[in-house]
Every structure is written in C-alpha cells, then in structure tokens.
Design a protein around this ligand. Structure first.
Ligand SMILES: NC(=O)c1ccc[n+]([C@@H]2O[C@H](COP(=O)([O-])OP(=O)(O)OC[C@H]3O[C@@H](n4cnc5c(N)ncnc54)[C@H](OP(=O)(O)O)[C@@H]3O)[C@@H](O)[C@H]2O)c1
Length: 254
C-alpha cells in the first residue's frame, strides 16, 4: 500500500516553482522523495526553494528560464537530464494573466497569456515526452483553473487559454498513453498567492468570493498539492486525461 504513493528516485520539473502554488508543489514532491528542478525567471526565488529542499536532505536544482523564450525550453530538459539522468514528472505550473475586461486587453497581452499558459506548456511537454517515450513512462500535470468550467469577467483570455490547456491535456493523454505517459490537470479554485492578490486583498471582495465556496474560505497553496502528488504517484496509474478540481466545492455550488 505505502509504496504506490512514494516518489523516491523520480525526477521532477516544476515550472514557476519559486513561489505560490508551484513552490508548495516543489517542496511536496521533494518531501515525497523526488529530485526536483525548480524553474522560473526569478533567480532569488528558485534558489531559495532549491536551497530549502537541499537543506532538508533532498536533491534540487534551480534553473533560471523565461519560458516565453521558446528556444530555451529544450535547455531546461537537457539541464535536468544532465543533473539527474532523466525526467519522470513535469508539472506545468507557471502562468501569466492580466486583470482586464476583454475590450481593454491589448493584442500583445493576448499573446503573452496564450504563450505562457498554452504554448510554453505545449513545447515543454513535448520536449519532456521525448525522454519519457524513450523509457516508456512519465507523468505530466498541467495546472489549470476552475475558470475552464464557467465564464467570468476580467480574466476571459486567461480562462480561454486554460481551457485550451485542458483540451491539450486530454489530447496529449490520448496520443501518449501508448508510451505509458499519463497527462492530467489540476484545476485550483482561487488560492491565496501573489497571482490572485488583487482579487482577495480587499476584505469585502474576499468575503464575497468566499461566500460562494462551501468550504467557507479561499485555498492556500498547500491545499493544492495533494491532488498533484496523487496524479504523480503510482496510485493514479490508470487515470489519464482528467482534471481534478481543488476548489472547496466551489464548482459544485455553481
Ligand atoms: N492563485 C490562484 O488563485 C489560482 C487559481 C487557479 C489557478 N491558478 C494557477 O496556479 C498556477 C500557479 O499560480 P500561483 O497563484 O502560484 O501564481 P504565482 O505565485 O504568480 O506564481 C506564478 C509562477 O509562474 C512563474 N512564471 C510566470 N511567467 C513565467 C515565465 N515566462 N517563465 C518562467 N516562469 C514564469 C513565476 O515566476 P517568475 O515570475 O519568477 O518567472 C511564478 O513562479 C498557475 O498555473 C495559475 O494559473 C492559480
């Protein structure tokens, strides 16, 4: 029973692992026994997370990358293979959004949102899947959002991009299942990080948002990691192309 939850000896890449939900995921994967490559643009953040993992007796590498520089994506994978020999797990967590009505979003804003939330995870998943195919095994977890399931104001293009990532999750699952690669998604509800701070920093707004959540509170990053760990574990070996929503019951209450 115990062994199927264990990630001992696995190597994981976590994009956006320097803060917020990605940081919580990186630390939890390391606690479950995985070697972790923590990747984002901010050196201080990724060094701090990799340092924390190494200080706890785990193995981690900080890899600075702007995932919007498409030609650097293969470099993240080769640096991981060079450091740890392979890649078993990819968590596409890094994301970008702007709080704007659709009418006010600039064209380059649209491109940045689709670039960070769709193209980067697509290119990185393909690069990692080549390694996973060569050894017939791997797990990819894409972090989406409850916003794939319902419309809403101010983040329309972000929700559309995440809906595209949800569909890519399903299509990658279908095409890569013969190689024993499972591709799933985790869709958080609103979670207290820098990303969503403008939405919950005002107490009235937080009360309004919370009133629709049966759990009676917004999520913390630590609430999201269990679903990710599960999907990376052997216990989830027959789960493919699915999204687990971690939202305190919010979608069920829509
Ligand atoms: N917070 C929420 O309410 C919420 C709800 C639903 C879903 N989500 C999803 O959960 C995931 C994590 O969000 P979060 O709330 O933890 O956000 P966050 O604290 O803002 O973290 C986002 C991460 O993405 C990285 N990143 C952004 N652009 C990047 C780029 N071009 N290249 C490399 N890394 C980049 C950032 O690092 P650098 O800036 O250092 O590059 C940062 O580490 C995202 O996929 C988000 O869509 C969040």
């Amino acid at each position: 029973m115990g062994d199927q939850w264990d990630l001992e000896g696995k190597t994981a890449i976590v994009t956006g692992g320097g803060k917020g939900i990605g940081k919580a995921i990186a630390l939890a994967l390391a606690d479950a026994g995985a070697r972790v490559v923590v990747a984002s643009r901010t050196e201080a953040d990724i060094n701090a997370v990799a340092g924390e993992i190494n200080a706890r007796g785990g193995q981690a590498l900080a890899h600075r990358i702007d995932l919007m520089q498409w030609d650097r994506i293969e470099g993240l994978v080769s640096a991981t293979v060079q450091a740890f020999g392979t890649v078993d797990i990819l968590v596409n967590n890094a994301a970008r959004s702007f709080l704007r009505p659709l009418m006010d979003l600039r064209e380059d804003g649209f491109d940045k949102i689709f670039g960070a939330n769709v193209k980067a995870p697509f290119l990185l998943s393909r690069a990692v899947a080549k390694i996973m195919m060569s050894k017939s095994g791997g797990r990819i977890v894409n972090i989406t959002t409850v916003g794939t399931e319902r419309g809403g104001p101010m983040m329309g293009v972000y929700f559309a991009a995440k809906a595209a990532l949800k569909m890519l999750t399903m299509c990658m699952a279908v095409e890569w299942a013969p190689f024993n690669i499972n591709v799933n998604a985790v869709g958080p509800g609103m979670t207290k990080t820098e990303f969503s701070r403008p939405l919950w920093s005002d107490p009235d707004m937080e009360r309004r948002l919370t009133s629709r959540i049966p759990a009676g509170r917004l999520a913390e990053p630590a609430d999201i990691v269990g679903a990710v760990l599960f999907l990376c574990s052997d216990a989830a070996r027959y789960i493919n192309g699915q999204t687990i929503f971690v939202d305190g019951g919010g979608l069920a209450n829509s």
